[in-house]
Design a binder for this molecule. Structure first.
Ligand code: CU
Ligand code: ZN
Length: 192
């Protein structure tokens, strides 16, 4: 079973303007029209997108968009196939490879500053993200703002790295992983 997603017009306009392929969920329906109908120049700043696909034995997929704005990194995650009403660990990992069947090719958490793993409110890896919270349908649609990571090229840039969704909640304590279990989806972050 697949879910039909409706993305904000701005997001798809930006993808269309950047010449990106729409995700599978967007191949039919009104979104290509939305993209084609939006004028240019609406999305300022730099963007990057990761299209997440399931690791072996899972059915988790979605999009994570990164938009640099006013010195912060805005993140919009829209992910389906999660365990309903559950939290899932969610990170940027250091290696931009989802080639392995279990997602381990993405390496460890992106940590350019040599910090411990932790929650958003304390010292943490640049790649430590707020937990994904799935609704009763196993869908998470969340936006959050990060201080530190960038899309712009540099030591803290997430471009060329990977987004990973885990099977279990992140305890934000266990080093260096948060003990969030298997990697159930993975996507390489591409700049646009
Ligand atoms: Cu992770
Ligand atoms: Zn971490």
């Amino acid at each position: 079973m697949t879910h039909s997603f409706t993305w904000p017009a701005l997001a798809f306009a930006a993808l269309a303007l950047a010449g990106c392929a729409a995700p599978d969920a967007g191949k039919s329906g009104p979104m290509s029209m939305m993209g084609a109908g939006m004028g240019g120049g609406m999305m300022k700043g730099r963007m990057a997108v990761a299209s997440l696909t399931p690791t072996q034995g899972n059915n988790v997929r979605g999009l994570v968009m990164f938009h640099e704005m006013d010195g912060h990194l805005m993140v919009h995650a829209r992910i389906s196939g999660l365990k309903p009403n559950a939290e899932h660990g969610f990170h940027v990992h250091e290696t931009g490879s989802c080639a392995s069947a279990d997602g381990t090719s993405a390496g460890g958490h992106f940590n350019p500053d040599g910090k411990p793993h932790g929650p958003p409110t304390a010292a943490h890896h640049a790649g430590d993200l707020p937990a994904l919270k799935a609704d009763a349908n196993g869908v998470a649609d969340q936006k959050f703002m990060l201080a530190g990571p960038t899309v712009t090229a540099g030591p803290a840039s997430v471009v060329g790295r990977a987004v990973v969704v885990h099977a279990l909640p992140d305890d934000y304590t266990t080093q260096p992983t948060g003990n969030s279990g298997a990697r159930i989806a993975c996507g390489v972050i591409a700049g646009h």
